[in-house]
Ligand binder design. Structure first.
Ligand code: FAD
Length: 406
């Protein structure tokens, strides 16, 4: 593996802001390439979206999403038998619709999934009900998709953090980065609530707060804006299911990344005026039977004003939906119900690459697929930093795809 050690004055070669999946995967990839990073996290590891998501890696109708899926599954395999367990396993995926009309309308998505390399098999509601009577399914029909993975997201994020520490990374939790310093077009370090920390490289991997910190690049900044928004979602966490569910079940109403990004964009005041809590941008059941025997269920997405909890009736809507579609879901005990924010950009795909300031990089915009994307985007970014120009060779990933960043 290529090694690179920039000549810096401080104890660290690189600062990573944020210890979610984006920051922890990057810490591992940099540290194992001989770069010594410190990860600065204002709360604790996996405190935000990375510790509170459904834990699914699912196929999709976009080639980029499939490329990320397969690359990430292979990277998780590298850590799956390591010292931090995270219940990683391959599992089936079943896309369903409640009515014949919705099934016909939604069939376009599995059709597109086939064209990007998934094997898809149609199944009728009668066949599902006959073969799985304990589930008490009430669906018009669906599509089996050949590959998906389940994991426990808090454990997965910690598995990367542990591997990063073993490779030489340091983590400081309870340490908030206030601003990023640059001079003469080159990054110099960051200001935290505990003082200044110097390094020749700074990586912004702080999820839903990335846009704010980009505004706080001082000296040569601020950076040109990227179209960051947040997609609020709600999760219901169950104890043991008490029955066997052989697939991650998802409703066909969940759109592709591009459409998600579009629906999350908060452009002008009229978009804010249009925000109504009773009109979720997407509402679709997604049930993940975790390998620990329990389960997580979502899903909804709504443009979010980051710090304000809205759409508080979403858990009720998701619960009602689940009971209509899967009668057996009335049985398991609910353990917790909570919201989270997906850090998104307007095309729904992640962002990884260099900024106009030398040594300053972005790793974010993970959207609804952060668990499914960050291990691969971190690897590609670290490779590009060590032996390239700092931009992974994938135009759909780099910040330069947005105006003002070319
Ligand atoms: C309800 C829900 C369900 C989801 N389900 C899935 C799923 O099934 N599969 C999937 O792949 N993805 C899913 N996601 C998306 C996934 O959770 C996110 O894409 C991913 O966790 C984002 O990771 P991140 O590291 O970019 O951000 P985060 O996990 O939010 O981490 C960013 C970190 O930066 C820290 N931070 C911020 N600002 C500062 C600062 N100034 N100084 C220091 N630290 C700072 C924060 O405290 C935080 O810990 C879901 C999301 C939600 C909300």
């Amino acid at each position: 593996m290529a090694q690179k050690k920039p000549a810096g004055n401080g104890p660290y070669d690189a600062i990573i802001v944020g210890a979610g999946i984006a920051g922890c995967t990057l810490a591992w990839e940099l540290a194992r390439r001989g770069i010594r990073p410190v990860v600065l996290e204002q709360n604790w590891i996996a405190a935000e979206s990375s510790g509170r998501n459904t834990g699914t890696l699912l196929g999709g109708p976009q080639t980029e999403v499939v490329e990320l899926l397969d690359a990430c599954a292979a990277i998780y395999e590298e850590l799956a038998d390591g010292p931090v367990p995270f219940e990683f396993a391959r599992i089936g995926q079943l896309l369903v619709s409640a009515t014949d009309e919705a099934l016909e309308r939604g069939a376009e998505i599995p059709g597109r999934m086939e064209t990007v390399g998934h094997r898809v098999e149609r199944v009728s509601g009668e066949t599902l009900a006959r073969d799985h009577p304990r589930l008490k399914l009430n669906v018009a029909g669906g599509f089996f998709v050949d590959r998906a993975w389940t994991l426990e997201p808090m454990g997965a994020t910690h598995a990367f953090a542990h591997a990063a520490r073993e490779a030489g990374a340091e983590f400081r939790t309870g340490c908030r980065v206030v601003q990023v310093h640059s001079r003469g077009g080159k990054v110099e370090g960051v200001l935290t609530d505990d003082g200044i920390i110097a390094a020749d490289m700074v990586f912004l991997a702080n999820g839903g707060w990335t846009g704010e910190l980009m505004r706080r690049v001082v000296g040569d900044g601020p950076l040109p804006a990227l179209p960051f928004t947040a997609g609020r979602g709600w999760l219901i966490q169950f104890g043991p299911l008490g029955f066997d569910l052989p697939w991650i079940m998802e409703e066909l109403t969940w759109p592709d990344q591009e459409e998600l990004g579009r629906r999350m964009a908060l452009g002008r005041l009229s978009d804010v005026a249009d925000q109504c809590d009773d009109l979720p941008a997407v509402e679709a059941l997604c049930l993940n039977p975790m390998r620990g025997g329990d389960a997580r269920m979502g899903a909804s997405i709504q443009p979010a004003f980051r710090d304000l909890v809205r759409n508080t009736d979403m858990p009720a809507r998701i619960a009602g939906r689940a009971m209509r579609l899967i009668g057996a879901m009335e049985g398991p005990r609910v353990q917790n119900v909570y919201p989270g924010n997906r850090p998104m950009v307007s095309d729904g795909l992640p962002v990884a690459g260099r900024s106009p300031i030398e040594g300053l990089y972005i790793h974010g915009g993970m959207g609804s697929i952060g668990m499914h994307a960050a291990p691969a985007t971190a690897r590609w970014l670290a490779e590009a930093v060590v032996s390239g120009d700092g931009n992974p060779g994938k135009p759909w990933l780099v910040p330069g795809r947005f105006p003002g960043w070319a």
